[in-house]
Structure formats: C-alpha cells, structure tokens
Ligand binder design. Structure first.
Ligand code: SF4
Length: 287
C-alpha cells in the first residue's frame, strides 16, 4: 500500500480507491491518485517507526498496570496476579496483532481485514496512539491522518458491497462553492445553474449520471443530520484531512470513502476536488 494520497494507488498496490479512466462503471480496479494542493505524502518508513513506538508503549503500559498491583493482588488471592496477567497479555496480543495488520497494510498495500473491527480500532485506538507518538518525534499530524485515510479507504474498498445508487451519498463541504456565487446550493444543490465557476456543476453531472445523492454541507453537524435523514449505505466524503478523520470516525460503522480536497487558496476557501476520483469512488460502490 502506498500511504500517500498523492501516490497512485490501486487495491492491489494500495488501499485508496478509484481507478483510472476506464470509463465504464465497475471497470477496472479502483485506484486513487489523490493529488492535493498541499504535499503531505507520508513515507512508509516513518509510519512503521511510529507503529513500533506505539506498540512498545502499549506493551510497556500494560506490563506496568499488571506488574505494579501484582503484590497487592497476591495478598487477596495467590491466583489473582496470574488472572490479571493473562487478561493484560491477551489485550496486548490483540493490540499488537491489530498493529501488525496496520503494519502489513502500510508495507504491502494490502488490507487483510475486509470489514469493521479494524476500521474501528484504526480510528479509536491506533490513530490516537500514533498521533501521540508522532508528536513525540515531531511528525506532522496531517501526514499521519493521510496515511490512516489511505488505510480506511483500502478497507472500505475491500468490503465490496454493491450499493444501490440512491443509497450512495456524496458529501461536499460548502467551501467548494465559488465564493462569490450567490446561489444557495446548501439547501438544494439543484439550484446550481452550472455556470462552471466551481466543481458543483460537475458534481451535479455525476449525481445525474449515476443517480446518487449529493449534498453540500455547511458543517459537520448539518452533514451528520443529513446522513441520519438519508440513511445512505455508503458515503463519499470530500474534505480536509481533519474533517475527514472526524467524519469517518463519527459515521462508523457506515463505510465512508474519504477524498482529500484540493486547496489552491488554502483551507476553507474555494477548495476543489478531482471529479475523476469522485466518479471512480461512485463506480466502486455501484459495481
Ligand atoms: S457552478 Fe453552480 S455553485 Fe458553482 S458558481 Fe456556478 S452556479 Fe454557483
């Protein structure tokens, strides 16, 4: 797997979805050349180091919590330290085993789990751990987030559910709209008159071509409300790394394929997205 969104990735060589321009729905293996306006391509080496640091830290912490109370526990019952030890060792085994799966995903481009539990652990356990480890060795948070989005997308692709078009929701941030456009697309995206000054016109075409849902959200709360209202079976979300991470985490267990936006003007202003990636993500869910 490649860990950078600005590297070409296929399901066999990496987890982030969406293939080239085969053109036909369902054709080809998805790949994703997620070129953002900001280069934050994480290297495999630093991710592996972070994982190793996290694994060591987790094992040390569990050992500490087993060893320190051992003296007191043996006073209650001589078997108690062993029972707690077995529990701590099982926990360590699960955590380190999960890390090994993430490790393999980074190293080989293959996600060995096809469904939820790894995604859950990825964002609830390993990402916070790696962010702490990253802070210690001064690795930008954004690199770690991108790598985790790659892995998430790989797992989502592996889930291989075939979804009806009406159950796929493309979720866009409001900052993608041309900033001087006065048309209210957040209420109803079909208000857009397709002048072509921003990519909402292209997204409308995608919506019509595939019959999927499209929503332009003014914020996270509105987006969550829309997800609850529409009850999609899969979401293709476009946003910055931070918002994607929190969206993927909040929407769990729903599969969310995250595409990092382009930001030629910086964050939150006139952002963009490569429509080709969106189309390929849609094809992947429908095929
Ligand atoms: S494409 Fe639509 S949303 Fe974008 S500027 Fe034109 S009318 Fe406004």
């Amino acid at each position: 797997m490649s860990t950078g969104l600005n590297e070409k990735i296929t399901e066999d060589s990496g987890p982030v979805g969406a293939s080239s321009d085969s053109g036909e729905p369902g054709a080809g293996t998805p790949s994703y050349d997620g070129t953002g306006s900001v280069e934050y391509s994480p290297s495999k080496g630093f991710l592996l180091i972070l994982l190793a640091i996290s694994a060591l830290a987790v094992t040390a912490i569990l050992f500490f919590f087993w060893y320190v109370p051992t003296v007191g526990l043996s006073a209650i019952h001589p078997a108690l330290p062993y029972a707690v030890g077995v529990t701590a060792a099982s926990l360590a085994f699960l955590l380190v085993g999960g890390m090994a799966a993430v490790f393999l995903a980074i190293l080989t481009g293959r996600t060995i789990f096809s469904s939820g539990p790894l995604r859950w652990a990825l964002f609830k356990i390993y990402l916070p751990l790696m962010l702490i480890a990253g802070k210690l060795v001064r690795i930008p948070k954004i690199k770690i987030e991108r790598a985790f989005l790659d892995i998430n997308n790989g797992i989502v692709l592996k889930m291989r559910r075939r979804i009806k078009p009406g159950r796929v929701l493309i979720l866009m941030p409001h900052c993608i709209q041309y900033e001087d456009c006065k048309i209210k697309v957040t209420k109803d995206v079909s208000n857009c008159v397709s002048c072509g000054k921003c990519e909402i016109a292209d997204l409308l075409t995608v919506m019509e071509e595939f019959g999927v849902e499209l929503f332009v959200s003014t914020g996270g709360t509105v987006a969550r409300r829309k997800v609850v209202e529409l009850r999609p079976h899969a979401v293709i979300a476009v946003a910055c790394e931070r918002d994607l991470i929190s969206g993927v985490r909040d929407a769990y267990p729903m599969p969310v394929f995250g595409i990092v936006n382009t930001r030629p003007m910086g964050y939150c202003t006139s952002t963009g997205v490569d429509i080709g990636f969106v189309k390929e993500a849609v094809r992947n869910f429908l095929s």
